[in-house]
Design a protein around this ligand. Structure first.
Ligand code: NAD
Length: 271
């Protein structure tokens, strides 16, 4: 370990179980010397898994539904009280599409559920940043990250309305990144991660095909949840102070590969 987050205090959303990307980020942040607060939707807490992580990381758990402004304001107030000061980093690791959960195709998305999914997966980032803004909860030079997927730029059948949610998430990242940069040097970025075997990932129809295809296409192979956690730590650290408003691909090179030899091999005419 490098003590990269020594003395820093952060809030981590979205650790549901040991597979969650947020779970790995929490473990890694704690190992790098950070003090953390864990949060998730009250309904997710009923599974109780998060308490194990809380014990391991010596972190309080403060429930918050990320679609409720009052929950988010309560979270930031309590976190500031617990830390005895402002928050230095935030991980927004939240995503859910009701249309995908109900196996509806993109064309048959139900719009009420589209809006709910967008609120959970994208607008929640705005709500989080706005709650912190109202309470002046983020320290100068702090760092906020959310997690995205390349379906924001390119179409992946089966990813449904989550593609639109991720585009919206990346847009909020840029917009709020501007205002926060001006306010106090806070950085706001998204990390666009490889397909990763988690509860949210496995809920996507054809997830295995996305995963295997990306594995064959990416020169470095798919990035794991642990590797994503490593990247998040660098972004929370003081080593990346001038990176903001970016969507950062963490995908083993998938996003810039036209085709790989392994994939070409599958389409060669056999003589
Ligand atoms: N797994 C992948 O293949 C992959 C790839 C790229 C990006 N991502 C993104 O990474 C992030 C984390 O997902 P994951 O793969 O670790 O899966 P996960 O299922 O472990 O995490 C999703 C989290 O969102 C939380 N959540 C849902 N509704 C909420 C609400 N109303 N308020 C607060 N929290 C709520 C869930 O409780 C859960 O903890 C998501 O944004 C996801 O889209 C995942």
């Amino acid at each position: 370990m490098y003590n990269l987050l020594k003395g820093k205090k952060g809030i981590i959303f979205g650790a549901l179980n040991v597979d969650s990307i947020a779970w790995k980020v929490a473990q890694r942040a704690y190992a790098e010397g950070a003090q953390i607060v864990l949060t998730n939707a009250p309904v997710a807490m009923r599974l109780g898994e998060i308490n194990k992580l809380a014990e391991e990381c010596n972190a309080p758990v403060i429930p918050a539904d990320a679609t409720k402004n009052e929950d988010l304001e309560n979270l930031f107030s309590k976190a500031i009280e617990h830390f005895g000061g402002k928050v230095d980093f935030v991980l927004h690791s939240i995503g859910m599409s009701i249309n995908i959960r109900k196996n509806r195709s993109y064309a048959e998305s139900v719009h009420e559920d589209f809006i709910k999914g967008m609120d959970i997966s994208a607008l929640s980032l705005h709500r989080t940043l706005a709650a912190a803004w109202k309470l002046d909860a983020l320290s100068s030079g702090s760092s906020v990250l959310s997690l995205s997927y390349i379906a924001a730029q390119r179409t992946f059948p089966g990813y449904g309305d989550m593609a639109d949610n991720k585009s919206y998430l990346e847009s909020i990242t840029r917009s709020f990144g501007y205002y926060y940069g001006k306010k106090n040097g806070t950085r706001v970025n998204s990390i666009s991660q490889s397909p990763t075997k988690t509860s949210a990932g496995s809920g996507i129809a054809g997830f295995n095909a996305f995963y295997n295809y990306a594995q064959k296409m990416s020169p470095l192979g798919n990035a794991t949840a642990d590797e994503c956690a490593d990247y998040c730590i660098t972004m929370f650290s003081d080593l990346t102070k001038k990176v903001t408003m970016q969507n950062l691909f963490h995908d083993g090179g998938f996003s810039y590969t036209g085709v790989s030899e392994e994939v070409m091999e599958m389409f060669m005419d056999k003589e």
